[in-house]
Design a protein around this ligand. Sequence first.
Ligand code: AMP
Length: 443
Amino acid sequence: MVAPEQPFRTLTGMHDLFDPDTARRRALVDLFATRAEQAGYREVRPPLLEELGVFQRLGEATDVVSKEMYEFEDKDGRRVALRPELTAGVVRAFVQHHPPTPWKVWYAGTSFRRERPAKGRYRSFDQVGVEVLGVDDPDLDVEVLALAWSTVRELGLRDVRLVVNSLGDGDDRRNYTDAVAAFLHSRRSDLSEAAVATSERNPLRVLDTKRPEDRAVIADAPSIAEFLSPDSVAHLDRVREGLRALGVPFTEDDRLVRGLDYYRRTTFELVADSLDAAQNAVGGGGRYDGLAEDLGGPPTDGIGFALGVDRLFLACDAEGVFPAPEPVLDAFVVDTTGGGAARDLVHELREARLAADRRYGGGSLRSQMKSADRSGARWALLVGTDELAAGVVTVRDLRTGAEQETIARAELVGALLQRLAPTAGTGRDGSDGRDDEREGTRT
Ligand code: AMP
């Protein structure tokens, strides 16, 4: 192998993620997983790579499918693609394994779209989301919207709006699409070239354009509200009523059509006003009654949403909420004897489920203490020649600066565990009951 002339770098629009961003991401996934599992959802993990056809069902006229997919032929000559979103793979899994319905699943994972990169728009990005298959009840729409809303609220975000619309059932949507196509055709001389091109492939997509010249035109476009069947209206009414009953604030926007072709009836988006308008959707979803059939399964109602993790964090940064969790280190072992004391002690601490670290390569007491301070550990555990000879360890509390103590080596781990065990009012870091429970199991 010849070394490359330049060191390798990530591909355009893709990023390495490091601590503390990785810790923050995991905290978000944990928060979401907890909420979803409390609501009866179980995790699903479809593969990153699927047969191209799975994603083509999302709508050949959509940008995601026609322009942005990473698709290629594998060595067996099969056309495959990296997933641009998770819904299609989840529904394919449903069709393949026919689990009992209702099938309520959540996911967290990466998707790939070859978009023009910008702040909040990447070629590899993470989402968390849910899908439910096999339930037609509008109260489920309320559950799903409320879950998305509560997640965003629990992150601490306040400058986010929930925007709701209905695209009606299949017939309503078809009639409406025809009406919009006719309208756009009649006004094509006023539209931008890009909008005219889009209107020929996917008329509804023109409705959520951001271009001012097109926005003026579409202000006169027909509204979906005029095309909704009585059933679709009843469904939407029940969703509105449910959201109000739960105290989930929302606005309605009859121009909200969303990118993919499969949406029916309820569609929604979460919009963060703290972000640039072009990338301010932090999440979106809706009903997709018909996708399972398109993937070769029985007719099945479906609904879901995805929240964009990268954009949620941009919004959290803008609002100064949901910081990365601080790493917790219980003990830092400072061993100046050069023997096996540090090696053995950190292992013993870790086996007892204490967070422990040390420095390698020796060093003076002073320099090792510096490392201990920097580590953020609660205790420095000092082992010098005197301690070793006496079979003890010197324990220095780095947070309170209390006078140091000497504890017999054999009793050390037990003594530290005892100090960490919950007693009323002395949570480790203002910890809640859940942490206490976890710590309780250590003793
Ligand atoms: P969509 O399937 O396009 O509705 O995507 C759902 C959510 O994923 C969006 O609301 C965004 O928050 C996020 N998202 C979509 N595409 C990207 C991207 N290219 N980069 C970062 N986040 C994205």
